[in-house]
Ligand binder design. Sequence first.
Ligand code: ADP
Length: 232
Amino acid sequence: FLSFKLSAIILFQSMIQLFNVTKKYGSASPALDNISLKIEKGEFVYLTGPSGAGKTTVLKILFGWEHFDEGQVLVQGINVSKLDSKNIHTLRRSIGVIFQGYKLLTNKTVFENVAFAQEVTNRDRKTIKFKTWEALKNVGLTSKKDSFPAHLSGGEQQRVAIARAMVNAPPIILADEPTGNLDQEISLEILKLFEELNLNGVTIIFATHSQDILKLGNHRVIVLNRGKVVSS
Ligand code: ADP
């Protein structure tokens, strides 16, 4: 009975929930000021707001990269405020990230960058090769597999980052301004890749301050301003 009850709880739980979360960096006014949010399994949500609104901070908290001062955060039932080394690994295995501060490895080829992301798994070499190839095929980059990141365009580098984020098939992808510095045509291609992943069941949180990107995709929009949720 207990196990039934537990699985029922897991089944009905939202993918991601923030309850009254406050985050301060030093003594400045809070970067996140008592925010609450709920994102369901399989949703595609935009997280928007002006620069400094708190978008990156939300994503970093969800990935366990940044601590917070007050409130509760649940990601797939994992209590992010009480992370020990075991559940931080479980948390991070369930999330693919495309962050500005998480760049491609410059001394590795496209193929090696995507293969490297699987070293934390217990896949054998053959499976790693196969999965890398599949991920590069999904983002249309097999012809660049032996190139180094410096020899790729901005859009291609971003596609490698997406391949790296999806290669371990995480149920959640967090993307921080993944179309920043890309022109509109390439941005639309990148957005389409995320939409395809979402159609395959991946929950996507896509942070952007670009009104153009918001208009290009028909998705729920969470607006932050000065660390508060303005609308969701
Ligand atoms: P956004 O992603 O919407 O631009 P951020 O989450 O990066 O917003 O930043 C929210 C607020 O927190 C800003 O006022 C920013 O200056 C501050 N902030 C972010 N990271 C740090 C940090 N490491 N140290 C101090 N302040 C920070």
